[in-house]
Design a protein around this ligand. Structure first.
Ligand SMILES: Cc1cc2nc3c(=O)[nH]c(=O)nc-3n(C[C@H](O)[C@H](O)[C@H](O)COP(=O)(O)OP(=O)(O)OC[C@H]3O[C@@H](n4cnc5c(N)ncnc54)[C@H](O)[C@@H]3O)c2cc1C
Length: 304
C-alpha cells in the first residue's frame, strides 16, 4: 500500500483532498475508522479526471454518495474515498421532466418536484441518499421506486461521459447497472406526471409513516436485508424473537426489526456479528435466507 499512498499523494495535487477522516463522520451508521484520503466533489468533470488518474496509477478507490447504505470497517479505509454528495447546480425542470446532479439529495429533489406541480417522486421523499446512490440502488418506498420514473442517466464509464436511455432490465429490486464500480452516475433525468392534486398529501403521509415506523432517532443504514420473496425481513426477525437483541453498541431496532441501530459506540464487528446471528436464526427457524441490502465499503473498491 505504501506505493499506492505515494501515488495518491502525486495524483491528488490540485484536488482538495482531506486526510484521515473518520468514516463514522461520513456514513449514516456512524461507524468506521479513518479513511486515509477523502475527496468531496460536486463537479462531474473533476470527478472523471481524478478517477482516470486513480485508474491509471492503479490507486484503490471507492465512490460513495451520502453513505446511507454502507457499513464501513473499524480499521478504516487506506485508499481514496470519493464522496459525490453535493450538486453542482440545482435541478432543472422542463415540463414533466426534471434533470438532477448525482450529488443532489433525493429527499430535497422529491420535495422540489411536488413544489413544481409534479407527482411520481413524492413517496421517495425521506430516503436519505443522493440521486446517484438512489439510481445505483434503485431506491424505493411505499410502492414507488426509481426505476418507474428514471428516463436517462449520464454515466462515466471507461473514460466516456455519455447519456444512456433506461431500458427494461437495467434496474431491478435494489440493483441497477448504474452502479459503481461499473459506472459512475453523473446526472439523472426523470419523467414525472402532472400532480393530481394529492402529491403533497401523499408525500407528508409517507414522511409521517417513516417517523412512526422507523428508528430515525438512532444512526442506521436503513433496512439491513433485502425483502425475501413472499416475506418481510422485519416480520421474520420479529417472529424469531430477535427484536431488541443487542451485541455491543448495535441492536435490532425495537421499532422496526428490519433495522440495526447504533445505540452508541457500535463497531463494524458488532453489526457483522448481529447480522450473522439474525441470518442463522431466521434460516434455522423460518427456512429463509436473508440477503444483505447494505454494502460493505471495502467490497465496493474499484479493482484493476
Ligand atoms: C433511515 C434510513 C432510511 C432508508 N430508507 C430507505 C428506503 O425507504 N428505501 C430505500 O431504497 N433505501 C432506503 N435507505 C437506504 C439508502 O438511503 C438508499 O439505498 C440510498 O439510495 C443510498 O444513497 P447514498 O447516496 O447514501 O448511497 P451510498 O450509501 O453512498 O452508496 C450506496 C451504493 O451506491 C453507489 N453509488 C453512490 N453514488 C453513486 C454514483 N453517483 N454512481 C454510481 N454508484 C453510486 C455506491 O458505490 C454504493 O455501492 C434508507 C437509509 C436510512 C439510513
Amino acid at each position: 500500500m505504501s506505493n499506492s499512498v505515494d501515488s495518491i499523494k502525486n495524483i491528488i495535487n490540485g484536488f482538495s483532498v482531506r486526510r484521515d477522516v473518520p468514516l463514522y463522520e461520513l456514513t449514516s451508521f456512524r461507524i468506521g475508522g479513518p479513511a486515509s484520503y477523502v475527496w468531496e466533489v460536486s463537479d462531474p468533470d473533476s470527478l472523471c479526471k481524478l478517477t482516470d488518474l486513480a485508474r491509471l496509477h492503479k490507486i484503490p478507490f471507492v465512490l460513495l454518495g451520502r453513505g446511507t447504505n454502507v457499513l464501513a470497517d473499524d480499521k478504516g479505509y487506506s485508499g481514496l474515498l470519493i464522496r459525490f454528495d453535493r450538486p453542482l447546480h440545482p435541478p432543472v425542470f422542463s415540463g414533466e421532466t426534471v434533470r438532477a446532479c448525482a450529488g443532489t439529495s433525493l429527499t430535497q429533489l422529491a420535495r422540489e418536484t411536488v413544489e413544481n406541480g409534479l407527482m411520481g417522486m413524492e413517496c421517495l421523499c425521506g430516503i436519505p441518499g443522493s440521486v446517484g446512490g438512489a439510481c445505483a440502488m434503485n431506491a424505493g418506498a411505499y410502492g414507488a421506486e426509481i426505476a418507474q420514473i428514471l428516463k436517462r442517466v449520464r454515466v462515466y464509464e471507461n473514460g466516456t461521459d455519455r447519456w444512456m436511455n433506461v431500458e427494461a432490465g437495467m434496474l431491478g429490486y435494489r440493483r441497477s447497472i448504474f452502479s459503481f464500480p461499473d459506472r459512475i452516475v453523473l446526472e439523472a433525468e426523470f419523467v414525472l406526471q402532472q400532480d393530481d392534486g394529492f402529491a403533497k398529501e401523499r408525500m407528508l403521509d409517507c414522511l409521517r409513516r417513516r417517523k412512526e415506523k422507523q428508528p430515525l432517532e438512532f444512526p442506521s443504514a436503513g433496512s439491513v436485508f433485502k425483502r425475501p420473496e413472499g416475506h418481510f425481513a422485519g416480520a421474520l426477525i420479529e417472529q424469531c424473537g430477535l427484536k431488541g437483541m443487542r451485541i455491543g453498541g448495535a441492536a435490532v431496532s425495537e421499532k422496526h426489526a428490519g433495522f440495526i441501530v447504533n445505540l452508541g459506540g457500535a463497531t463494524e464487528r458488532d453489526v457483522t456479528e448481529l447480522i450473522r446471528t439474525i441470518q442463522e436464526t431466521v434460516c434455522r427457524e423460518k427456512h429463509v435466507q436473508l440477503e444483505c441490502e447494505i454494502k460493505r465499503l471495502e467490497e465496493l473498491q474499484c479493482t484493476f
